[in-house]
Design a protein around this ligand. Sequence first.
Ligand code: GLY
Length: 437
Amino acid sequence: MEYRILIVGSGAREHAIARSINKTQIDHQLFCIASNKNPGIINICDELILGDIENVDFIVKNAIQKKCNLAIIGPENPLSKGVVNRLKENNIPSIGPTKDLAQIETSKSFARDLMKEYNIDGLPIYQSFTSMNGVKECLANHGENYVLKYDGLAGGKGVKVSGEHIFNHEEALDYCQGIISSNGKFVIEEKFIGEEFSLMSFSDGKTLKHMPVIQDHKRAYEGDEGPNTGGMGTYSDKDHSLPFLNKEDVNKAKETNEKIVRALYKKFGERYIGVLYGGFMVTEDGVKVIEYNARFGDPEAMNVLTLLETDLLTIFKSMVSGDLDSADVKFRNQATVCKYAVPIGYPTNPAKGSSVDVSMIADDEVISYGSVNTQNDKIILAGSRALCITELGDTIAEAELVVEEKISKVKGSLFHRTDIGKIELINKKIERMNKIR
Ligand code: GLY
């Protein structure tokens, strides 16, 4: 049977997915619904269809027209709009959960309530609000250590951490009032202290196959300073863990992802088919849950897909047919580092419209293109994270050296974080965790 696959989304994550799918021996055609003319995806796909990647009607219409029999949903917004439900109604299976199940990412209060209802460890003290009633008292109870979370999707900008983004209760109340004034909801929760890590798992709704654990760097500037971004770079170690984690931490994260999928099945009687992304923090009291995402992380996808040995389409096929338990999902035992080159001024006032030159990088396979367009054979900045370089090595330091060598050769109005994956930064994290535990 020929697979006719539709990828929704056109960032670096979707480029990495397309590249992995394209390695399969299975007969297939690849289509992509894209918001930008991504040069990497254009080279791989049979057809790139430009349009609104959040417009469910547009996605479903194209999936039917192209006779697709599998859809892969890259970003979260189409999931929140129920694209998987609509594709399912048209007998097109997806990698990505239906609208109800996607609430694990699309509603912060839903995710916390689910953990509470099914007794899943790692839950902070939390309270959800639909008005300002009780907000002052709740903040007073938390003192100076709290996190404010806009309930819905906000492209990573909805979470405000005390001492990092919000510096007193007055600012906190203003932020909460802003949400209520626009008819939104929010959650106030306990702030955890520790190091963050993410564990993504392939899920068919019954069985989970876990990927290597990754650490992302959300801050824009060196030393984890500056505004939050979608993620500036990621790494993982040869043993599929991170230098500041122990086996029990990783096992706890795996067990938590498994419990979430089971809880979603109990709640909705429906299988979670897709990638479940657990965002965790290791603290003095063990592993806590920061958030859940209903998709591959970006840039985390670049690390795990570069390490993946098993055919990705075969894994996706077994997720859809519910026999992931019989799939042998293997990752190379190597360290990996991925770094983004982003426009100068990103994320607040990013440069746009100028060209990027990657001709000094001989190996195109290591580049994943993100927010760029192809114009007259040139690569033009589109305003968000432009491209990333991913490399493997026997150590994190070795992989980092090669990434750094290559990313420094990219010419354009760009910057990247030189410190990600460097031994100095990693040692700081190890020392910090040694003090916390
Ligand atoms: N890198 C974080 C995310 O994909 O949400």
